[in-house]
Design a protein around this ligand. Sequence first.
Ligand SMILES: *Cc1c(COP(=O)(O)O)cnc(C)c1O
Length: 231
Amino acid sequence: MTTIADKLYLVRGSLQEACVRHARPATAVRLLAVSKTFGPQAVREAFAAGQSAFGENYIQEAVDKMALLTDLPLEWHCIGPVQSNKTRLVAEGFDWLHSLDRLKIAERLSAQRPPDRAALQVCIQVNVDGGVAKSGVAPAELLPLARAVAVLPNLVLRGLMSIPEPTDDVQQQRQVHRAARHLFDKVAAAGLPANARWDTLSMGMSADMEAAVAEGSTMVRVGSAIFGRRG
Ligand SMILES: *Cc1c(COP(=O)(O)O)cnc(C)c1O
């Protein structure tokens, strides 16, 4: 039987190889373990194997899981859609949010961030390839939203997240990731308020990790390759 520790080891190996092949420093890409639908025991196993950053899509599920894991020094990333009535849970429970797509949500998160916690680290989700079923801002909306988010006091704007339409075609994967990278660079070149720390390109999942690394990802979000198939 392949354990979570085994699979983590393999994923880290593939990530390192991808970095070497595409001339990226091995430390340039962080691994986020996406533990959605898996229980606290799976998170414990991954933590024991050296993983401390975890991504979750469903906020209530995540908060329930966190409550059972307070003995571990974990970093929690929200990567799923956030409705207004869930902002308090995100502001109180998470370290990062990758899926910001509205100023109103950002304002609520900043207002609701507990004063005893570090600022919430946020990425704006961009719908780079125009996928119809997906959330995320259109590319043209990115810069104005980034500028408005960057001045909110209890958030630190870190970059963008992209979730391309799934495809097995590596060239197609790379093309969409490259477009995300261009948007990322354009915002950097346009300039942001001093509060921002525009250094994170959250892209790449189990099936397109290497393509994302090739095009400049700084954080890959890997679920099934670590935890197995979701039921
Ligand atoms: C589920 C999910 C992932 C992980 O996907 P895998 O294919 O299991 O690696 C990454 N990012 C987001 C936004 C997700 O919803």
